[in-house]
Design a protein around this ligand. Structure first.
Ligand code: CA
Length: 227
């Protein structure tokens, strides 16, 4: 479940965005001034920021500039209609995208999806080639998985799923997130396929070696963890 922080002083807009994003299934927090927003961005560790530029306490540009010292979280700026210089400055300060007010919510939602996807891809590319959890070892370079040195034969999809779960170890991941990030389906479709593949993985990894690595998180999805 991706976390989105909204920093916007116009409370009506902030509330509207919050409701829309909650409805889309995101985890949402809001801040109504730049200083609080910056603090929240650093402490709450969001996956994406929606940042209004005209803010009290600390301007959006300043929030962006300071945040970039600490974090590469995607930032979508909200700007007033014809403020070209603000847009340019914001992009120069490291914002990823901008929306001009007033905007259509569908467009913002689409841009959010693009930003989040890019982030996932970047994280996957920079991820270490070898992932280990206890005696379980996954080598992305050679597409091999082993437990205590014994090779485990996985299909490509099982491998991708296990890799994703291991990369997100300790985090509950939703079936929708797995469908979109592992299968590449861009919709909330039939998630049965996820359950089927989880069963395959448990059958090949947990059962033969007597471990419990893939946990069911009720009403959410799955979590990889290994003591
Ligand atoms: Ca404002």
């Amino acid at each position: 479940m991706s976390r989105i922080l909204i920093i916007e002083d116009e409370k009506k807009i902030a509330r509207f965005l919050e409701l829309e994003l909650l409805h889309e299934g995101y985890d949402v927090a809001t801040a109504n001034d730049g200083r609080t927003g910056l603090e929240k961005a650093l402490s709450w560790n969001p996956d994406l920021l929606i940042l209004d530029l005209m803010l009290p306490e600390l301007s959006g540009i300043e929030v962006c500039r300071r945040l970039r010292h600490e974090s590469d979280v995607p930032i979508i700026m909200l700007t007033a209609k014809d403020d070209v210089s603000d847009k340019v400055m914001g992009l120069d300060m490291g914002a990823d995208d901008y929306m001009t007010k007033p905007f259509a919510i569908e467009e913002l939602l689409a841009r959010i999806r693009v930003c989040l996807k890019k982030r996932v891809r970047a994280a996957q590319q920079s991820a270490p080639a070898c992932l280990t959890a206890g005696l379980l070892k996954l080598d992305a370079a050679s597409y091999s998985v082993s437990y205590d040195g014994s090779p485990i034969a996985l299909t490509k999809k099982e491998f991708d799923l296990l890799k994703y779960l291991m990369q997100h170890r300790g985090q509950a991941v939703t079936r929708d997130a797995l469908l979109s990030d592992v299968w590449g389906y861009d919709y909330s479709g039939d998630t049965n396929v996820v359950d089927v593949y989880i069963r395959y993985l448990r059958h090949k990894i947990d059962e033969p070696f007597g471990i419990k690595s893939i946990h069911t998180i009720r009403a959410v999805g799955y979590m990889f963890s290994h003591e």
